[in-house]
Design a protein around this ligand. Structure first.
Ligand code: 6GU
Length: 282
């Protein structure tokens, strides 16, 4: 997988050379290149932003600088969109990735939330290009234009809070995406078990290691029993009750046909109705 990142703070991404992503780069699994947007400016001040049309606070990133940069990185020639062209402004954030098409991703606090499902989808791409906005954002015509050029353009927020720029969001998304690539993780089974994975996303059960007793606190006896069936049931029930309390929205998204008899019993004891297609709070 080839990953390009465009930012006015490319040094921020030096952290990506550390840890597992650094190892994946050394193994040749991914190449990550961070580019400085200002390298595509022509004025003495290397300016990348301008005041918002229509007024308001802050600055907006200029389309001309971005287009010179993105045309270079995507190997596209400049084009003019016809005045009567139907420009698709839809935010196609959850379509399947076609590995032969580059995916252009803009972090944006006003976009749909980035989820594990998006990370899984994007882990199948051959070329990801991230454009980090700063200040109040970027000119809305940039994603519009590249969509019109046939690029798979996506915009994502990483949560309901505001960051100063897209850099942190890009490093979050990259970590979520790259760890799902085949060959990245030492133990792929740990991905299957973790929270948010698969169609039946639940928060993960609690974990313990040895010693069985530490400072007066004991590991639950069932985990020491050696009875794998009982251990699995205990963990599954804990995942269900934890999710029911902290993230009822995830319980509402479960497919009832995927629940076994014991799951249903546990959910009913937690106050859920499980006779329909999805659980409903009683
Ligand atoms: Cl993707 N960008 C910024 N600037 N702030 C955010 C965000 C993204 N997601 C949540 N907050």
């Amino acid at each position: 997988m080839k990953i390009d990142i465009v930012s006015v703070f490319p040094e921020y991404f030096e952290v990506l050379n550390l840890s597992l992503l650094g190892k994946a780069q050394a193994k040749g699994l991914v190449t990550v290149q961070a580019h400085n947007l200002r390298d595509w400016t022509h004025d003495v001040h290397h300016s990348v932003d301008d005041t918002p049309v229509g007024g308001g606070a802050g600055m907006v990133m200029k389309p001309e600088v971005w287009s010179e940069c993105l045309d270079d990185l995507l190997g596209l020639a400049p084009a003019i969109i016809a005045a009567d062209a139907a420009v698709d402004d839809a935010v196609a954030d959850d379509a399947a990735v076609d590995p032969s098409r580059p995916v252009l991703i803009f972090p944006n606090p006003s976009a749909p939330l980035f989820t594990q499902q998006d990370a899984t989808e994007l882990s199948h791409a051959d070329h990801l290009l991230f454009g980090c906005g700063r200040y109040e954002g970027y000119d809305a015509r940039i994603p519009q234009y590249y969509r019109a050029q046939g690029v798979d353009v996506r915009e994502y927020s990483i949560g309901d809070y505001v960051l100063n720029g897209g850099e942190v969001a890009v490093s979050v998304m990259l970590e979520a995406i790259t760890r799902l690539m085949p060959g990245f993780m030492g133990n792929p089974a740990s991905i299957v078990e973790e929270s948010y994975t698969g169609g039946n996303a639940l928060l993960e059960h609690r974990q313990y290691t040895k010693p069985a007793e530490w400072r007066g606190l004991r590991v639950p006896d069932v985990l020491l029993s050696g009875d794998h069936g009982k251990v699995d049931r205990f963990r599954r029930d804990e995942a269900l009750s934890k999710t029911s309390g902290l993230r009822p929205d995830l319980i509402e998204g479960l497919d009832c046909t995927q629940l076994d008899k014991a799951d249903r019993k546990t959910l009913m004891s937690l106050g859920w109705e499980v006779s329909g297609p999805h659980p409903r709070k009683r």
